[in-house]
Design a protein around this ligand. Sequence first.
Ligand SMILES: [Fe+2]
Length: 271
Amino acid sequence: MVHGAANNVYTKPYKAGNIVEWCRDHDVWYLHIDLEIPEVFLEEAEAVYDAGFFVEHRTCDTLKFDNEKEVIDQVSKRHDPSSPRGGNGWYSSAIHSFVHEDAKDTGMGWYHTMNPSGHGLTEENVKWGWTEAAELAPETKRWLEEFPHKHYRRLRWMLLKPGSGIIDHDDASAERKQEGRIRNIAGAINLAIHHPEKCYLRRSDTRQELPYKNFGALWFDNGTDHEVLNYSDENRYIMIMHGGFNKERKELMKKSLVKQFGKDVLKEIDV
Ligand SMILES: [Fe+2]
């Protein structure tokens, strides 16, 4: 039985490059990426936080709790209007983002942590680039510049504070939903900067946890319903990398797929 295939029209063999479709049809919601990030990422993320560059993020989806049991009772209540929201435990800061096209430079893009429309702008009237926060994170910036694709959009640190949860949600845009592309494993790369032990990001349906390993990287399909919880006493930092999809990124994804499922999987995908 191929899970998640009911709403898809793709037929096998998959055409070259259709890793995204293959993952969608096989309900594969993460892939390990064969790379490690330098440990200085954590030091620099903390420096950016200490300098006040983080802004509250989607507080309407955030929960605050006093003990583990309380949040475990609450975090899966996406459809329950009585579920308490507005926890203020979720923060974000952009090292690479956008500003209005008339701005002098892209330095102030650090607080543009949502898409342009989320800040009253449009794709047509913004320009993209490194932000002031990058000055406090030179090694992070250098690593990102060397990463094999150069079409960055938002590159953000995400911080979930201790005692906070993010309620069951998916991150597919209205456009993705309209086009039937809710599931998309290539949408973003997650870098685990510091994911404490008493912390999880899990699917809401299967309760399977995303296997974060500190200083590791994963493709994560944010079209799945998922929920996040930090019941440790440490800040959880990850970085979400959004950007285009090019040849190098596709190669990286192919390697990830082979590492997880063995090389025979490529026969199925016909790459
Ligand atoms: Fe999410």
